[in-house]
Design a protein around this ligand. Structure first.
Ligand SMILES: [Zn+2]
Length: 259
């Protein structure tokens, strides 16, 4: 049975450890720091069999080379269109990652916007989406356009509802406060905020989420909803003529939002 462990890094990063059919083997996703990964691996007597990287930011790949010092033959999978020195398999949309030691396979999705070459890994009912999609939010547009990011988010939204969503940061509570500024009457957002606050009070992750839930609570997947468009128009003071314009307006609104 597949299960996913995590190591915490920095202030709010999650490094995911995907456990496949053999319980002692894991694939490590976005190791920004080696030390918490190695600690988790040693404590649980695990063996890493692969590293998966979604994008080039240091808080996602900064630990790769130090992990390789301990496990030098690990294959490292990462985006073809970004420079990550240790990557051995450069991936683009439509590629498949086969991890036979875990009994798992992932499809590669190109999801530019946060960074220009950002990829995500989708398989076994899970998606590892890095800093593109967050629970109740999305990544900042450092290297991409609103058009690109909107199209990338649409790829996630089109995945099956039950897909478990593993993103790179614990931002859910702050994201929901913004989501409720956009949709103050959204009952799903209110209910989920309560659940999230309980989990955070116990220092538990609010992840994974599911794609079905994100469609209900994530304003960045909801730019086609009338309530979201009206709120965005009111905030920016002029009509918005497409879903991309609505998306761009709420992304800018969030950039300046102080919960
Ligand atoms: Zn990032």
């Amino acid at each position: 049975m597949t299960s996913v462990l995590h190591a915490c890094a920095f202030k709010d990063n999650y490094i995911w450890l995907i456990r496949g059919q053999s319980p002692d083997k894991v694939a490590v996703v976005d190791p920004g720091d080696a030390e918490p990964v190695l600690a988790e691996i040693h404590q649980r007597h695990l063996t890493p069999v692969a590293i998966l990287c979604t994008h080039h930011h240091a808080d996602h790949v900064g630990g790769v080379e130090n992990i390789l010092k301990h496990y030098s033959f690990l294959p490292v999978y990462g985006p073809a269109r970004e420079r990550i020195p240790a990557v051995t398999y450069r991936l683009k949309h439509g590629d498949h990652v086969k991890l036979p030691k875990l009994g798992l396979e992932f499809d590669v999705l190109d999801v530019p916007g946060h960074t220009a070459g950002h990829i995500a890994f989708f398989g076994a009912g899970m998606v590892f989406c890095g800093d593109t999609l967050f629970s109740a939010g999305c990544g900042r547009l450092f290297e991409g356009t609103p058009e690109q990011m909107h199209a990338s988010l649409a790829k996630f939204s089109a995945l099956p509802e039950s897909t478990e969503m593993y993103c790179g940061h614990e931002y859910t509570e702050a994201n929901l406060r913004f989501a409720l500024a956009v949709e103050p009457d959204n009952a799903d957002m209110h209910a989920h905020l309560q659940e999230v606050q309980q989990r955070r009070a116990e220092n538990l992750p609010t992840l994974p989420s599911t794609i079905g839930r994100e469609r209900r609570i994530n304003p960045f997947l909801r730019s086609g909803q009338a309530a979201v468009r009206l709120a965005a128009e009111k905030h920016c003071g002029h009509p918005l003529n497409s879903e991309v314009e609505v998306f761009a307006a709420i992304r800018r609104w969030k950039d300046g939002f102080k919960g």
